[in-house]
Design a protein around this ligand. Structure first.
Ligand code: FES
Length: 149
């Protein structure tokens, strides 16, 4: 039994998002609506919590696809509970930490590139970061590998 009967306009107003954003979230499978007897789109009030989680995650740089995948791990696609949020925010914090470390490394690389402009495959860490193939030799390493029976 559906306990609420919220219009898209009411949800948009309460959540502080555009109606078009709600339709977009719904197309992406992030929120759900139902149809009332008059075939009008309606939402239950728990959609506000889902939207809050979506907006918070987006601020962390989590993509909508990642958010959708995370929501899909919840039992029966339920709205995240407080315990769910603790787990999700911890997971996203780890992702954010990894992204910060990656960006700091790129910043260090960029410092060495400022004023250079060589974009050399051999020495530029931005252009060819972590050149793992160079450990297998020079030249068309991948072509040689693929051509070997
Ligand atoms: S541009 Fe020369 S080292 Fe990156």
């Amino acid at each position: 039994m559906v306990s609420d009967n919220w219009t898209v306009g009411k949800v948009a107003q309460r959540a502080g998002v555009a109606v078009s954003a709600l339709h977009f979230y719904e197309r992406k499978g992030l929120i759900r609506s139902y149809r009332n007897a008059g075939n009008q789109r309606r939402y239950t009030s728990d959609v506000l919590r889902r939207i809050s989680v979506i907006k918070a995650a987006q601020k962390l740089g989590i993509s909508l696809e990642e958010i959708r995948e995370t929501f899909a791990t919840l039992p029966e696609g339920r709205t995240p509970t407080q315990q769910d949020w603790e787990r999700l925010s911890t997971q996203w914090q780890d992702q954010l930490d990894a992204r910060i470390r990656y960006l700091e490394r790129l910043k260090d690389y960029l410092t060495g590139c400022i004023g250079c402009g060589c974009l050399s495959m051999k020495k530029c860490p931005l252009y060819n970061a972590d050149d793992k193939l160079s450990q297998e030799g020079s030249g068309p390493v991948l072509l040689d590998r693929e051509g070997t029976p």
